[in-house]
Design a binder for this molecule. Structure first.
Ligand code: NAP
Length: 435
């Protein structure tokens, strides 16, 4: 028998669990541990609420979660309730699938001003993450600046631009829907320190901006490289470039503008007398071998709200070697040490699609297989349960989560799949309504 603990129940965690369940069948017991009482990590609180088809992948994880040899252990924080080293004593293999929940900080003056947020916080707010549900961003100003040109920046800009009707069928939480309905934002500037050919946004997501009810995307034609240069791009980037060219031709006939500001590197945030952000000072850049080079020319962009979307970092865990510069665990192809592994964003950093985690999950189980053989007769989940009882931990099971899920579905506004609980106590209370 092999005892496997997977820490984190997002895509990386459940693909690894699926791979382990397939690799050993009844010859393994797999515990998927999460600090939240609810599973699926990024699928629940990262993927945009108006991208329900992407969230549908959770059904696949559910199949894994309900397999006989897999168990969900919710509401247990590894590193606080139980140490990684304790888990390593209990299980043959411990796989960290803890993602990248923290913002990469933009280290500029004024980063601490009010109404400046990182994307983990802002996305967490509109997605009902218990850690950010009370963020309460002020949307009473006319201008918002979103920093970074990846898909997260696009999510944030699109969510800020949508009408309440455009959230039909989404699972955006009520507090965000209400705040956005009262928003006065008219200009959303997306700042990129490089040019159109260097932006990380993918075509499908960029294309959505052409179909917004009250907002248009806008690109300054002067920022576009000569069309012939598109030929050297790979197909996805070429499509993105074509869309950006289309944005340079869109009519400015709608009340909200989503303006792409290329070659603009943030220098500092400027506050008003109340300590709230009022502008972003940027430095114009030029490209040199694909890199942004400062030109010394600066200008200011009005900003009543700022959201930095410049990437994420994993959270360090006591006793696990961490690469501070890269913001992830020190590992070689997923192996931190024999018996301790990482997978997904905590292994390779915050890049790629949700699907990228599948080969990652199968890859880490291949490593585990070659390291642990038939297992060493460790206590596994019985040991964890004994420790949990000793420490008074209130484990939430997958069946408990299904009760939470039913309660969320029952509370949904018309057309929405669910109204999420946004605090942990409410989730746990709902789980105990189980018949
Ligand atoms: P990302 O794609 O890596 O984009 C980060 C952006 O931040 C880049 O434009 C980068 O510019 C910029 N940046 C970094 N440091 C900066 C600085 N100091 N000053 C100014 N700009 C800076 O990251 P992400 O948007 O967080 O997305 C993470 C991953 O999730 C990506 O793989 C993304 O595709 C995926 N995702 C997918 C979807 C979807 O498919 N619908 C939705 C959301 C996220 P440089 O390029 O110049 O470094």
């Amino acid at each position: 028998m092999r005892h496997i603990a997977i820490v984190g129940s997002g895509p990386a965690g459940y693909y690894a669990a699926e791979a382990a369940a397939r690799a050993w069948g009844d010859e393994a017991r797999i515990d998927v541990i999460d600090r939240m009482p609810v599973p699926f990590g990024l699928i629940r609180t990262g993927v945009a609420p108006d991208h329900q088809s992407i969230k549908g992948v959770a059904r696949r994880y559910e199949q894994t979660a309900l397999a006989d040899n897999v168990r969900f252990v919710g509401n247990v924080t590894v590193g606080e309730d139980i140490a990684v080293d304790e888990l390593r004593d209990l299980y043959d293999a411990v796989i960290l699938a803890t993602g990248a929940p923290e913002d990469r900080a933009l280290a500029v003056e004024g980063a601490g001003l009010a109404n400046v947020f990182g994307s983990a916080a802002f996305v967490g707010w509109y997605n009902g993450h218990p850690g950010f549900a009370t963020l309460d961003p002020a949307l009473d100003g006319r201008t918002a600046v979103v920093i970074g040109m990846g898909n997260v920046a696009l999510d944030v800009a699109r969510i800020l631009a949508k009408t309440p009707a455009e959230f039909e069928g989404s699972d955006i939480v009520a507090h965000a829907l209400d705040a956005l309905a009262a928003s006065r934002v008219e200009r959303i500037a997306i700042l990129g320190r490089r040019g159109p050919h260097q932006c990380q946004m993918t075509p499908k997501e960029l294309g959505e901006l052409l179909h917004l009810e009250r907002a248009v995307p806008l690109v300054d034609p002067a920022d576009l490289p000569p069309p012939a240069e598109d030929d050297a791009l790979e197909p996805g980037q070429r499509k993105s470039s074509a869309l950006l060219r289309e944005f340079a031709r869109t009519e400015d006939g709608k009340p909200i503008v989503i303006a792409f500001d290329f070659f603009a590197s943030p220098l500092r945030f400027v506050g008003d007398d109340n300590g709230r952000v009022a502008a972003v000072e940027v430095e114009e850049t030029a490209l040199s071998d694909g890199r942004a080079v400062a030109t010394g020319r600066t200008y200011r962009i009005p900003a009543d709200l700022v959201v930095t979307c410049i990437g994420y970092r994993s959270a360090a865990l006591p006793g696990v070697p961490f690469d501070e510069r890269e913001g992830r665990f020190v590992n070689v192809d997923g192996r931190i040490a024999p018996g301790l592994y990482c997978v997904g964003w905590s292994k390779r950093g915050p890049t790629g699609t949700i699907g990228t985690n599948r080969p990652d999950g199968f890859g880490v189980i291949d490593l585990v297989k070659s390291d642990i053989g038939d297992g060493e007769g460790r206590p596994g989940r019985e040991g964890l349960d004994a420790l949990a009882q000793e420490r008074g931990l209130d484990i939430v099971t997958f069946r408990d989560w299904q009760a939470i899920e039913r309660a969320e579905a029952a509370a949904a506004r018309e057309g929405s799949p669910r109204e999420k609980f946004v605090d942990i106590a409410a989730m746990i209370a709902a789980s105990q309504r189980a018949p």
